[in-house]
Design a protein around this ligand. Structure first.
Ligand SMILES: Cc1cc2nc3c(=O)[nH]c(=O)nc-3n(C[C@H](O)[C@H](O)[C@H](O)COP(=O)(O)OP(=O)(O)OC[C@H]3O[C@@H](n4cnc5c(N)ncnc54)[C@H](O)[C@@H]3O)c2cc1C
Length: 416
């Protein structure tokens, strides 16, 4: 307003006073997509097309048989999705938001496929990129980005899950080598990996309590003494290989130790990267369940009308729509913070905790909308619901992230 105009004030002339009726996209109620730039939209659509062509037609079979196809890593590498937000060494060097969008699309296919990409990029390549020597980066990162070398990340142990600092795996110096002994549990890609990033505690003199620093080691999986065994049959994340790793006197040279970190900061910073991908990924699984429930409810007729016309069903669909749209907004916000170098650990925990629990709630609600069909592999819903049980637990359980946030808002740690 000029203050001198003789024109009557028209509030609708200012777009901020206008709202539109109609035209709402059921999958993008809040218009979150409008916050993406052209490159991001292109990348999202490319990954979505890959998932439509390559994952969705077969995922129910892979899930049922507990397999993933050989060569999937090469296909993902060709698309530039492995270690995609790392710079140099054959990696695509995208933004964090672009990486997040890819995770969402992959997990709309299946959490197992997103897990493959997260473990390769955020848990296996990232520690080498962040803490490795120049020689280690040059040797390992280009073939890993191409999917020619598959990695895994060994932190969890049978008796050391939420409290990884209590690990029992030990590394003992022997001349120019290290000898590693221990067992790692629940390791994604363990049985198909060419290389494992293994975290172990160095031996220390009794006088210092016997607990030395934590080191990360690059362990080729054909090293004598290294074996990968299947875990007990699982009913979640079936399209993903999960293994126990046994290290029995595994000898690696000092040149295989990651020189850039000697504490829990090493594995924890990798987990932070992976959790960031998960907080996006969960939005994809939730979207797939909501989409399946919405279209099923519109088609399915009972009592002579689509079940989408019943108020109770509409309420379920609305709760799902709100959860899906809110979690996408949270993901994009945290992604922009991360690209600005401002994302905090508590913000990543916020996203991982809330987006995964809300995706799980969406999946369970969607299951009820599909009635009996909802328990079959013909529809994606029960598969996503089962997968999300793992996602709820790995990379920091829901409870662990609650306590991280609890510390952030009270200043008091509940862990110690
Ligand atoms: C499919 C799958 C794939 C995985 N992939 C990998 C991988 O690639 N690499 C890897 O290293 N690990 C991997 N993990 C392991 C995963 O990170 C652990 O399962 C997770 O950290 C939890 O550890 P836990 O299962 O031993 O549970 P526990 O730590 O024993 O927890 C059991 C329960 O106790 C709760 N609890 C524990 N401590 C507290 C506390 N202080 N306060 C309140 N509640 C608490 C937990 O929240 C949980 O509800 C994977 C797990 C799964 C299921």
């Amino acid at each position: 307003m000029t203050g001198t105009s003789t024109e009557p004030f028209d509030p609708t002339a200012d777009p901020s006073h206008r709202t539109r009726r109609g035209g709402d996209d059921p999958l993008d109620l809040l218009g979150v997509d409008a916050g993406l730039d052209e490159t991001e939209v292109l990348l999202r659509d490319t990954v979505r097309a890959f998932v439509d062509d390559r994952v969705l037609p077969d995922i129910a079979t892979w899930f049922e048989h507990g397999t993933i196809p050989d060569g999937l890593g090469l296909e993902l590498g060709k698309l530039g999705l492995l270690g995609m937000n790392l710079h140099g060494y054959g990696c695509a060097g995208t933004s964090a938001v672009a990486y997040g969008l890819a995770c969402a699309e992959l997990e709309a296919g299946d959490s197992g496929i997103r897990s493959f990409v997260s473990v390769q990029g955020s848990l296996s390549m990232f520690p080498i990129w962040m803490f490795g020597s120049e020689d280690q980066k040059r040797q390992w990162l280009p073939p890993m980005a191409a999917g020619e070398v598959i990695g895994c990340f060994g932190l969890t142990e049978p008796d050391s899950g939420s409290d990884p600092g209590s690990m029992r795996t030990r590394a003992r110096r022997d001349g120019d080598d290290w000898i590693i002994d221990g067992t790692k549990m629940w390791i994604t890609n363990g049985g198909i990996a060419d290389v494992a990033v293994v975290w172990a505690r160095a031996d220390a003199p009794e006088s210092s309590g016997g607990r030395g620093p934590i080191h990360g080691f690059i362990v080729p999986t054909d090293t004598p003494g290294f074996t990968a065994n299947p875990v007990p049959p699982k009913l979640s994340l079936r399209a993903s290989v999960t293994s126990e790793l046994v290290l029995d006197g595994v000898r690696v040279p000092e040149s295989n130790r990651l020189p850039g970190v000697e504490s829990m900061r090493g594995p924890l910073s990798c987990l932070n990267e992976a959790r960031y991908g998960i907080l996006w990924g969960a939005t994809g699984a939730a979207r797939a369940c909501y989409e399946a429930a919405r279209s099923y409810a519109i088609d399915r007729v009972q009592f002579d009308r689509p079940i989408a016309g019943f108020q109770l069903t509409q309420r379920k669909l609305v709760e799902m729509a709100v959860a899906v749209n809110k979690s996408r907004l949270v993901a994009l916000h945290i992604g922009r913070r991360k690209d600005a170098g401002e994302a905090t650990t508590a913000q990543i925990s916020f996203g991982k905790m809330d987006n995964v629990r809300s995706a799980l709630a969406v999946a369970r609600e969607a299951r009820s909308v599909l009635g009996a069909n909802g328990i079959t592999l013909e529809y994606p819903v029960i598969r996503h619901a089962n997968n999300l049980e793992s996602v709820y637990t790995y990379e920091g359980t829901n409870e662990v992230h609650t306590l991280v946030l609890g510390e952030a808002i009270t200043g008091i740690s509940a862990f110690t």
